[in-house]
Design a protein around this ligand. Structure first.
Ligand SMILES: C[S@@+](CC[C@H](N)C(=O)[O-])C[C@H]1O[C@@H](n2cnc3c(N)ncnc32)[C@H](O)[C@@H]1O
Length: 341
């Protein structure tokens, strides 16, 4: 293995893999990044000083790519997500995996490091995951995989994701990666709140809803007709103090979440737009972008000012959690016996 470890990112988003890899103490070099979304590129460039190859991945000719030791990709998860229609490989985004496979077959990196939603394992009665594993094995890799929950990596969000790692069989034989499953206990949201950060205020309507849920106003005192899905809280977490909780707004209803637990998975659906960013009841405001960064394990210094806050929230909700990537990357380095000079 050449040093530093040269890696290429695909479906780069805003660089969650890069943040995690750079946070490890291993000498690495980013040699290529591909991502189709121009807004993601604005954020990536602001933080890493370089842009991407912004081609559609299907337009890439693998023979023109620079050499790299590791390929990383959190490929689109909507085709496999239980929230989506589960079309899998029938959805053209599902076939991004096959495009990645063609890059892997040509470039033969020593390490393949993939991320997706855990539903990938159950999708199409396990067939999708079996195909992915088989294709990687046939391409010459020994495959290890694990489902990890970010809340055990110091992140105040319960976010389960599957991580798949392939190590080249002709270099590393049957060696599997031993994944660290927990680096911390479950992480509660409370210490991550930035008290008084009112950068995204709630609307007048939401101020009234909060009065209503806290029992300050009755339904008759509301200045507007309360829709059916907002009349009662859809769910209230067991240890939840409504006057100091997080309201998660969904189309089906509003949930009250305890801040003394991890928050549930941040998704594009519940992150997008001012109205759907979770609300902190005590301060009558939405979580700020700075708090959403913490909920995803991004460093406070990561800069989202190149895009509007709706895009920032979406980019975060789509990202990988860097501390989990860092942990797995360290596990991979242990598996291959990588030694710093
Ligand atoms: C789940 S997100 C990955 C986010 C990334 N891991 C991060 O930490 O920010 C999938 C990404 O794949 C990109 N993508 C989807 N189809 C693509 C294509 N055909 N070509 C290039 N990128 C694509 C999307 O724009 C999206 O940013």
């Amino acid at each position: 293995m050449l040093k530093p470890i040269r890696y290429a990112e695909f479906c780069t988003g805003v660089g969650g893999f890069r943040l995690g890899i750079e946070a490890s103490d291993v000498k690495t070099e980013s040699v290529y990044a591909n991502e189709i979304d121009d807004n993601c590129e604005k954020t990536y460039k602001k933080n890493f000083g370089v842009g991407f190859d912004s081609k559609d991945i299907f337009e890439i000719n693998p023979y023109t790519l620079p050499d790299f030791d590791m390929l990383c990709a959190g490929f689109p998860c909507q085709p496999f997500s239980s929230a989506g229609k589960e079309l899998g490989f029938k959805d053209s985004r599902g076939t991004v995996f096959f495009k990645l496979l063609s890059v892997i077959e040509v470039k033969k990196p020593q390490i393949v490091f993939l991320e997706n939603v855990p539903n990938l394992v159950r999708h199409d009665k396990g067939r999708t995951f079996r195909i992915i594993t088989e294709k990687l094995v046939n391409a010459g890799y020994t495959v290890s995989s694990v489902i990890l929950d970010s809340t055990y990596f110091g992140i105040p969000q319960s976010r389960s994701r599957i991580y798949i790692v392939g190590l080249r069989k002709d270099t590393y034989g049957e060696r599997l990666v031993k994944f660290t499953e927990k680096r911390t206990e479950k992480t509660s949201f409370r210490p991550f709140i930035i008290r008084g950060d009112r950068s995204i205020p709630v609307t007048e309507r939401w101020n009234e809803y909060i009065d209503y849920y806290l029992g300050i106003k009755t339904i008759e005192e509301m200045s507007f007709e309360v829709p059916r899905t907002r009349k009662v809280l859809e769910r209230v977490a067991a240890n939840c103090d409504l006057s100091d909780c997080v309201f998660q707004v969904r189309s089906s209803g509003v949930r009250a979440l305890s801040i003394d637990s991890p928050l549930p998975t941040l998704t594009v659906l519940n992150s997008g737009g001012g109205a759907h960013i979770p609300i902190l009841s005590k301060e009558r405001r939405h979580l700020s972008v700075n708090e959403l960064k913490r909920v995803m394990g991004f460093p406070d210094t990561y800069d989202f000012t190149a895009v509007c806050r709706t895009d920032a929230a979406k980019q975060l909700a789509n990202a990988v959690c860097p501390p989990v990537i860092e942990s797995i990357f360290r596990n991979i380095m242990e598996a291959i016996g990588y030694q710093e000079d």
